[in-house]
Design a protein around this ligand. Structure first.
Ligand SMILES: Nc1ncnc2c1ncn2[C@@H]1O[C@H](COP(=O)(O)OP(=O)(O)O)[C@@H](O)[C@H]1O
Ligand SMILES: [Mg+2]
Length: 609
């Protein structure tokens, strides 16, 4: 069984959440982890052993202080070797246990990441164009990484923090049960004092604290991200007030929480290390009745008890903080599971082959979550013809365009390409058929050449240049010192919105698909450039089936069909001439448009300038 399919069978989400889910995930590597835990437990015994042997050694020397000849040399040597052995075993087992837990952890991380990657591949493309990209990255990186903490470190920490007090207390009982009772008396009291933090009120406070922390973090991000807008509109003070309000709210709650739990937490910490308080009186009481050798014996034993008794507090305290850490890890796990259970885009077994490139929307409705965006949209785009979508912003044009490439599935109705439902074509074949220039351009952190070549991996450099020429971006690229080898983005060259748009247009041209969807592909271009791009496009688009979304109406006056989209419906349809004749939305848009354009022309002629 391969690692990835192991993931599919065992790590897949099954409704469990929180710590049980975390344990279930760790459980996929239980063999490693159980073995590592056993080693960790033995390591703790080895860790405590030197304390016991040194104690026995000192005791042997002190008891024979008056008569050195009586010291059992063989016994002393044996204790010496056991001490050394304990230290060595502790080292070796700790190392081996950690190796095993890290092997388990990193193979689990690998499996989760492979599982997430496989899952993302089955998700609708639209999933990624939404505002989720940042959070997907966080899930794949941070949230998965946190699981490493639990599997590689926390499990063994817990084992050690539980076993160390048990072994220590066991050893103390072995040496002197009366003093041992003194050591353990304060422990239950300590946990009792801590109760208030785990009471319903305490947990409520913790939840509230987490909420305010999240609110504060959200505001901080928004504050920083919105800084340009804030500055441009001189809203620094107002924005800062909101930011400050959340920071204060967080501070106030934290202080309140600290005040409420200060007493019980202090009680907890004090009692946890209060061993001597109970050991010493018992020791004094016992000493009163002991004489000579028994007295020396008791004094050495008391030192052992004070030392080990104090050492019990540390692991118990660590155990408390571990719980808080693990709760944090489980919140990240919930995010991972959200991705793993998100609805997928079903793929057909063997896809239908479209027989042509005509597009047909049949009574299509669509909603993003609750918000209905398209409502009964029907139209056809005959093969080889050009259809333009126009209308007010937010009307649903982009959504229509993206549905052709099946970024999402329709809510109801059907979208046909060449007589086949896009859901039955299969995403690979559909991707080959449809080339889209998205309204939101996405370029990779790579060279300009590779960004364009993404449209067609087999293209030669000359093909890339030819596509760039059509998109009117060649001259610009050529003017860069490194030309087509220029890296885009961080550490490289930043392109303006218009330049990015033209690179992505070149990418779509290079793809040379029979269906082309252009979503405001020239929105950033100035009128002169736009006209040039359009002329060049005419040749490469000849014979293709085209859907074009334009916000400058004069660019689409000679297309075969114009659909006017408003609030999720087609309100008018026809040629430019038809629509001007109907006194409707298109006519009004055209009037506004021509006025604005004349104003532009005036500007060009220097009237306004
Ligand atoms: N990814 C998305 N998630 C949620 N709502 C969206 C998303 N994309 C667009 N919308 C909403 O859908 C409506 C139509 O948007 P869109 O198709 O982009 O219109 P247009 O391209 O005509 O401006 C708008 O109200 C917009 O806010
Ligand atoms: Mg749009």
């Amino acid at each position: 069984m391969s690692e990835v399919s192991l993931y599919e069978t065992q790590l897949v989400q099954n409704g469990k959440t929180g710590i049980p889910r975390l344990l279930e995930i760790a459980g996929t590597k239980s063999a490693y982890l159980v073995f590592a835990s056993i080693l960790a437990a033995i390591a703790v015994v080895a860790q405590v052993t030197p304390f016991a042997t040194v104690y026995l050694l000192v005791r042997e020397l002190l008891l024979n202080l008056g008569n050195v000849a009586q010291i059992d040399i063989a016994y002393v040597w044996r204790l010496g070797w056991i001490t050394l052995g304990g230290i060595a075993v502790f080292g070796v087992l700790t190392y081996t246990g950690n190796m095993l837990s890290h092997i388990a952890a990193f193979s689990i991380l690998f499996e989760i990441r492979s599982g997430l990657a496989a899952k993302l591949g089955r998700m609708p493309m639209g999933y990624f164009t939404e505002r989720t990209n940042g959070s997907i990255k966080k899930v794949l990186h941070d949230d998965v990484e946190r699981i490493e903490l639990f599997v590689a470190h926390h499990i063994l920490d817990i084992v050690q923090c539980v076993v160390l007090p048990i072994v220590s207390v066991g050893a103390l009982f072995f040496f002197d049960w009366r003093l041992a009772v003194g050591v353990i008396i304060p422990l239950p009291l300590a946990f009792l004092a801590q109760y208030s933090m785990f009471s319903p009120r305490g947990l409520e406070l913790y939840e509230e604290w987490q909420k305010r922390l999240a609110a504060m973090n959200g505001t901080i991000v928004e504050y920083v991200r919105g800084m340009p807008v804030v500055k441009v509109f001189n809203q620094t003070v107002r924005a800062f007030k909101r930011f400050a309000a959340d920071v204060y709210a967080y501070r106030d709650l934290t202080l309140h929480w600290v005040k409420v739990s200060a007493t019980s937490f202090t009680g907890f910490l004090t009692l946890l290390s209060a061993g001597p308080l109970f050991v010493l009186p018992i020791a004094l009481f016992l000493m009163r009745n002991a004489g000579g050798v028994g007295y020396v014996d008791l004094v050495t034993t008391v030192f052992l008890f004070l030392y080990i008794g104090m050492g019990i507090a540390t692991p118990l305290y660590k155990l408390m903080t571990l719980v808080a850490h693990i709760v944090q890890i489980t919140t990240g796990l919930t995010k991972i599971d959200e991705v793993l259970t998100a609805p997928e885009l079903p793929e057909p077994e063997d896809g239908e082959e479209p027989h042509a490139t005509n597009i047909e929307f049949r009574n299509v409705s669509f909603a993003y979550g609750e918000q209905t965006v398209l409502d009964g949209v029907s139209f056809t785009v005959p093969a080889g013809s050009v259809t333009a979508l126009v209308g007010p912003s937010g009307g649903g044009k982009t959504t229509i365009a993206n549905l052709v490439g099946r970024l999402w599935d329709v809510g109801s109705g059907q979208i046909m390409v060449g007589g086949a439902d896009v859901r039955h074509i299969g995403s690979e074949r559909l991707n080959r058929l449809v080339s889209t220039v998205f309204q939101d351009v996405f370029l990779f952190f790579d060279t300009i050449e590779e960004n364009i070549r993404m449209g067609n991996g087999d293209a030669t450099f000359d093909d890339v240049v030819a596509a760039a020429k059509v998109a009117q971006i060649h001259d610009f690229i050529d003017s860069l010192p490194e030309g087509y080898a220029t890296k885009i983005g961080e550490g490289g060259t930043y392109l303006s919105g218009g330049e990015q748009q033209r690179v992505s247009l070149a990418r779509a041209i290079l793809k040379d698909a029979p269906i082309v969807v252009l979503d405001e592909a020239t929105a950033y271009a100035d009128p002169e450039n736009e006209a040039r791009i359009q002329r060049a496009l005419q040749t490469v688009l000849d014979g293709k089936t085209v859907i074009i979304i334009a916000h400058r109406l004069y660019t689409i006056t000679d297309v075969d069909q114009i659909l006017v989209i408003d609030r999720g419906r087609i309100v008018e349809a026809g040629t430019h001439r038809d629509l001007l004749a109907t006194d409707g939305l298109y006519r009004r848009m055209w009037d506004v448009h021509t006025k604005a354009r004349n104003w532009n022309l005036d500007m060009d002629e220097g009237v306004v300038r």
